[in-house]
Design a protein around this ligand. Structure first.
Ligand code: GLU
Length: 305
């Protein structure tokens, strides 16, 4: 892990950890605009950081070039700014951190913890059955690289969801380097969370089942994991994914107050009616003082009625 540690973008990792400071982050992918679901994740991570007297960072997860949408990163940042969610450090762009990921990748390779997978998309169904695990395919063949997940169940304590357990084999071995040469989200997110000295990952519950993979990568790198806390995923009234509907339309950056109050209500923070005419700053100030994850703890999803 030293190789990765020594190469931090911010240079603040050591001091932050030594002081035991809280460092949180919001890590959007620039594939579209901020919507109600991503606002809830952004706001929860910001509130949790502020309520802990900690720092809050924004990281642009723009490695998946084919999925990036032009202008999306700038638009996301402008919306966050209008909402009053302003990062404490310069935004980190993953596309500028390739060396760091490849260094971590080399460490895992040297430790014999990854393997070449030549399965086609169809063969690599989820959970990946491990077809190539012991096949010893040489590095030269086209394919992806996967992490060997450790045997046994994966258990962790989530600050908001409590005890979480995935059975052995339930998730399969994750891809770390894709067939097209792109560094996979699972590796990049871990390398950056470590390099940026993130102590608390607060994000949507759609990523709960990525957490065992991320914990396994961190373990394989010999590093200490952050704490994880998953906020409920915002869904349609019938529980379906919030997508291509009215509610997943881009947030109205001209009415940040309304959006903040809507997100706080969904997070069961019970903002009082007196806040309706308040400025975003005043709403956020109230929300930090009253931040109560107990309002949604244990809930994996909340319907936006
Ligand atoms: N970039 C990921 C996404 O937009 C989130 C990463 C994370 O919070 O760990 O879904």
């Amino acid at each position: 892990m030293n190789a990765v540690r020594n190469n931090t973008a911010t240079g603040t990792t050591a001091t932050a950890e030594a002081a035991g400071h809280y460092r949180g982050r919001f890590a959007p992918s620039p594939t579209g605009l901020l919507h109600l679901g991503s606002l809830v994740a952004a706001l929860a991570s910001w509130l949790d950081a502020r309520a802990s007297g900690g720092a809050w960072l924004v990281r642009m997860e723009d490695l998946d070039e084919p999925r990036n949408r032009p202008g999306s990163a700038a638009a996301l940042l402008a919306t966050l700014d209008a909402l009053g969610l302003v990062p404490d450090e310069p935004v980190l762009y993953q596309s500028a951190q390739q060396d760091r990921y490849l260094q971590a990748f080399a460490t895992l390779q040297a430790r014999g913890l990854i393997y070449r997978c030549i399965c086609s998309r169809n063969e690599a169904s989820f959970p990946y059955p491990g077809t190539c695990r012991d096949a010893g395919h040489p590095a030269g063949r086209p394919g992806a690289w996967r992490l060997r997940m450790p045997e046994g169940d994966s258990r962790f304590t989530d600050r908001f969801q409590g005890q979480v357990r995935f059975r052995a084999g339930e998730l399969g071995d994750p891809v770390l380097l894709r067939r097209d040469g792109i560094v996979a989200y699972q590796l990049a997110v871990v390398v950056d969370d470590l390099a940026q000295g993130i102590t608390d990952v607060v994000r949507g519950a759609d990523l709960l089942d990525s957490t065992p993979w991320q914990l396994a990568i961190i373990e394989a790198l010999g590093a200490r994991p952050p704490r994880y806390a998953h906020v409920p995923l915002i869904t349609e009234a019938d529980g379906r994914k919030l997508a291509k509907s009215q509610r997943s339309l881009p947030l109205d950056a001209l009415a940040p107050q309304r959006e903040l109050l809507r997100a706080l209500t969904l997070l069961r923070q019970q903002p009082p009616a007196e806040l309706i005419p308040a400025t975003p700053a005043a709403i956020l100030e109230w929300a930090v003082a009253h931040w109560s994850p107990a309002g949604f703890a244990g809930q994996r999803s909340i319907a936006a009625v």
